[in-house]
Design a protein around this ligand. Sequence first.
Ligand SMILES: [Fe+2]
Length: 315
Amino acid sequence: MSTYSYADCLKNSYRVNWKISDVIGERHFDTARSWLPSRLSGAARVTSLTPDEKMTLNHVEMGAYAHLFGFVEEFIAPRMVGLARDFALDDREAFDALTNFAAEEVKHMNLFKQIRDRIDGKMGFPLELLGGQQETARFVLSKSRGAVLLLTACIEWFTQRHYLECFEGAEDLLRAREAMTLAGVLDLADQSVDALAGGERQRALLARALAQEPRTLLLDEPTSHLDLRHQRHLIGLLRRLNRERGMTVVFVTHDLNLAGELADRLLLLSGGRVIRLGTPAEVLDETVLERAYGCPVWVERLGAGGRPVVLGARL
Ligand SMILES: [Fe+2]
């Protein structure tokens, strides 16, 4: 079972430091497309509607989601500020975690406000489902602290329940288990991702990506936290995904030998400029590498194929 401390929560929250613009940016809502995934929307199941009407209902549902979430955020953030105040002098870790939580909730409030404004703009009328957002927040906040927290937890639970019911069919679970098996994390299935060590977490994230059955995998330093055995496993897995399933694997790494061993083509960058694009033999070349690193580099060729192996900088 996972346990959480204020310090852990704060650390995790800082790691996922996001901005509203990261989420919504310049995105706009295109009325020609669905705004909610079909499995989350009930619109397609209303057989009496025309395709155009189903699309409009899908848009209204998206507006309803944004509206309801905004409704809830209205009382969560003030409650967290109130809780934080109690710890202000006596428990700095708790105070930091709770004020940061409140700040996150304020971001949620502003995010949903922006989403709603954009949706309203596209629909041409305000999707005001229920009025009295502030009055509701005031009423909820007038209740005991425990009641407010319980209500908040219930809302989280039923939202997640709804989401899981929409997305977790038997086939999805099978796919998830297969992805976990491929990434070698099936034995960690019952653990929270927050509780995993660096290498385990890295493999879990790979499983998450594989469960979506992507055509292209984009990886950033894929072996950085892995021990030798898991590095071997990952290299073998990525090669199989590429050769047997036709998956394109693009990865960024500082590990020249990993790049040379795994990739068919390498792009060597230095200071944001392309130094060389080509096969491992063309890129992992002493002259090319010296240009990139500004020092002499020692490269040996291995075996009959002459695979280049970078031994390091020449002293
Ligand atoms: Fe929130």
